[in-house]
Design a protein around this ligand. Structure first.
Ligand SMILES: C[S@@+](CC[C@H](N)C(=O)[O-])C[C@H]1O[C@@H](n2cnc3c(N)ncnc32)[C@H](O)[C@@H]1O
Length: 210
């Protein structure tokens, strides 16, 4: 984390619930790759500002971003979270319950591409998407998000800089290429208006034009 990011984080009160989530993730031997604290706060604000009530998250891990998303929901709003690993979804659910948000979330276990195809088949639509699973899948996840979006929906994607690999021409692996393609679509697709924040590991924010 940069000293500027550390300074900004130091201004905020400690978030005991989110600290417990990070400890829980570690104690279950899961990777410490939850969204950055500052972007977690931004997720809550974006959901609230958008008045979003049907959220779709791709990549749950231990529920850190799920809590941030669900905190911004109105009464009656809900979150569907797609997670490959049942054990991770179980930890995430436990943390959501501990945060008092257990009734807001449903997990769909398995490869997100299959879950997304199923949601499309069912005619489901959403007004907020958070993309944060395997990076190779980002272009497909974005494509599905646009298809499942209500007019004006927000699409947020994390880790679009891949700790510098995205801008390193020497890196040509499948994840890097996929994220570059995702970023190009975010910036150039005429169905979207967008911005990309380069802080932490980079965050893309797009609005599907109504
Ligand atoms: C970066 S972590 C998510 C972090 C979480 N969004 C947060 O900030 O708290 C990525 C998650 O995506 C899941 N994942 C990886 N590939 C996936 C796939 N094909 N379908 C669904 N989930 C996947 C991983 O198991 C992991 O839990």
């Amino acid at each position: 984390m940069s000293i500027e990011e550390q300074y900004v984080d130091s201004l905020y009160e400690r978030d005991h619930m989110l600290e417990l989530v990070k400890e829980g993730i570690e104690s279950h031997g899961m990777p410490s790759i939850s969204i950055a604290d500052g972007y977690g706060r931004l997720l809550t604000m974006l959901v609230r500002l958008a008045g979003a009530s049907n959220l779709l998250e791709i990549g749950a891990l231990g529920g850190y971003s799920g809590i941030c998303l669900a905190r911004g929901l109105n009464e009656g709003g809900s979150l569907i979270s797609l997670e490959l690993l049942p054990a991770y979804a179980e930890v995430a659910k436990k943390h959501m319950i501990e945060a008092g948000l257990g009734d807001k979330v449903n997990y769909l276990i398995g490869d997100a591409k299959e879950s997304l195809a199923k949601l499309k088949e069912e005619g489901r639509t959403f007004d907020f998407f958070f993309i944060d699973a395997d990076k190779e899948g980002y272009p497909v996840y974005l494509d599905y998000a646009i298809q499942l979006a209500k007019p004006g929906a927000l699409i947020v994607g994390d880790n679009i800089l891949l700790r510098g690999r995205t801008i390193d021409e020497a890196k040509q692996g499948p994840a890097v290429k996929a994220v570059r393609s995702f970023n190009e679509t975010i910036a150039k697709d005429e169905r979207l208006e967008s911005t990309i924040l380069p802080g932490y590991d980079g965050l893309a924010i797009a609005r599907v034009k109504g």
